[in-house]
Design a protein around this ligand. Structure first.
Ligand SMILES: Cc1cc2nc3c(=O)[nH]c(=O)nc-3n(C[C@H](O)[C@H](O)[C@H](O)COP(=O)(O)OP(=O)(O)OC[C@H]3O[C@@H](n4cnc5c(N)ncnc54)[C@H](O)[C@@H]3O)c2cc1C
Length: 390
């Protein structure tokens, strides 16, 4: 079966759904193809780190009031490294923001986005529709997908790929550059002796960074990165032993660790697309760039992709959707933000993930200095909050 649509979004994760909603704000309709069943993402407990700028976007979409109660504010970020006294603290109130960022579960965000799309009822959402191929051509983008055992073809002026980067590898005109860190991230929720007080901790160790983000009234979300083998070993440990090892690894800042939830891990990589040369196709979100979670940037850069693309689509006459000029304008608007996010996270990983004699001390001094140079701190907070517009 075949039919047509103006704008086709492949993937209804947080980025694809935000694009569909932002288009609706501009009075535009899209067709959204999502492989999962309705509501399947709502149980995903993965903790997303939202920047303050992401909150502003969600506010503009009229969604923040529904999310605020489920989000935990990060008021302070405490940065340190193992084996040195240097440390730095970033505080929201010093930068004129009510928070530096928020922690929110993927499931809760998805529920609110999906509900808003349903309420509006103007986006053509096709669930359990797994996209098999995307074929860009000079006239349009062609998408084939399977739904309930039947294969369909859909052509559109503009195809937006927002599949998280995990399903559709070989599309003519797309070339992906990937750097594998050889590290995995273990993610879970833990409870510590001391309350979090809305402080997020980022601790650099020679094995990789470890982050504790306040999540809920009493718990932390843990992101523990390290060599893939070591992380796999941590997944297997009995809870008690795992909690002791975490205490040893992280130090005593929040006391002993008392409880841990289900642990899972994923491989860490940096990946981005060489300039996309496929006509009628735009790639956004994790499908366009995947970053190390060290600075909590990845999801936020993806959301800004969606926001900016919707603006560009709205500014462009429908006849020119998918045209080279529209792509050029969109790419130009996202280039700096994306590049800075990729470079910044990669820089932090490289800077802190080695044990060269002397470098440890210099990094300690650097963190101490950052703590007392307000101008540099302010720039850092603005960039982390708002990307290249900060
Ligand atoms: C295992 C894992 C754990 C993570 N943990 C964290 C974390 O703790 N903290 C953090 O900040 N970030 C984390 N991230 C990163 C974070 O999840 C991403 O930044 C964010 O989800 C990107 O949103 P997205 O909408 O671009 O992609 P996704 O959230 O991946 O959404 C993609 C959507 O596309 C759909 N889809 C995929 N293929 C197809 C297809 N062929 N046809 C139709 N639909 C399709 C999927 O079902 C999904 O709904 C993690 C990522 C992974 C993979």
């Amino acid at each position: 079966m075949s039919d047509q649509a103006d704008i086709i979004i492949v993937g209804g994760g947080p980025v694809g759904a935000t694009l569909a909603l932002t288009l609706r704000k501009q009075g535009l309709r899209a067709t959204l193809l999502e492989a999962r069943a309705p509501g399947a993402a709502h149980l995903d407990q993965r903790a997303l780190a939202l920047s303050y700028g992401t909150r502003v976007i969600l506010e503009k979409l009229g969604l923040w009031s529904q999310l605020a109660e489920q989000a935990t504010a990060i008021n302070t970020i405490h940065i340190s490294q193992r084996g040195s006294l240097g440390r730095s603290r970033l505080r929201a109130e010093e930068h004129g923001q009510s928070a530096l960022g928020y922690v929110l579960s993927y499931g809760n965000l998805s529920r609110v986005l999906d509900h808003a799309l349903q309420q509006d009822n103007e986006t053509d959402i096709r669930h359990e529709a797994e996209v098999l191929t995307i074929t860009p051509s000079a006239e349009h983008g062609e998408v084939s997908y399977r739904q309930h055992g039947v294969t369909h073809t859909l052509t559109g002026k503009l195809v937006v790929l927002a599949d998280g980067g995990r399903s559709l590898g070989d599309i003519p005109g797309l070339k992906r550059e990937t750097k594998h860190y050889g590290h995995d991230a273990l993610v879970t929720k833990v409870r510590a002796e001391l309350a979090h007080d809305n402080i997020a901790y980022e601790r650099f160790t020679p094995d990789g960074p470890v982050a504790l983000l306040p999540n809920g009234p009493r718990d932390f979300s843990l992101v523990w990165t390290g060599q893939a083998d070591a992380i796999h070993g941590l997944l297997e440990l009995p809870d008690e032993v795992f909690l002791q090892q975490l205490h040893q690894h992280f130090g005593d800042r929040v006391g002993r660790f008392l409880q841990v939830e289900k642990r899972m891990s994923f491989p860490l990589k940096l990946s981005y697309l060489d300039p996309v040369t496929a006509p009628h196709l735009v790639v956004i979100g994790n499908a366009a760039q995947t970053m190390h979670p060290v600075a909590g940037q990845g999801f936020n850069v993806g959301l800004r992709d969606a926001w900016e693309l919707a603006r560009k689509i709205a500014e462009t006459p429908a006849a020119a959707w998918g045209s080279p000029d529209m792509f050029k304008a969109y790419s130009a608007s996202r280039k700096t933000d994306t590049k800075r996010g990729l470079l910044f996270t990669d820089f932090l990983v490289n800077l802190f993930s080695n044990d060269i004699v002397g470098l440890n001390r210099m990094r300690g001094v650097g963190l101490g200095l950052l703590d007392v140079v307000p101008f540099v701190k302010h720039r850092l907070v603005r960039k982390m909050s708002f990307g290249s517009r900060g």
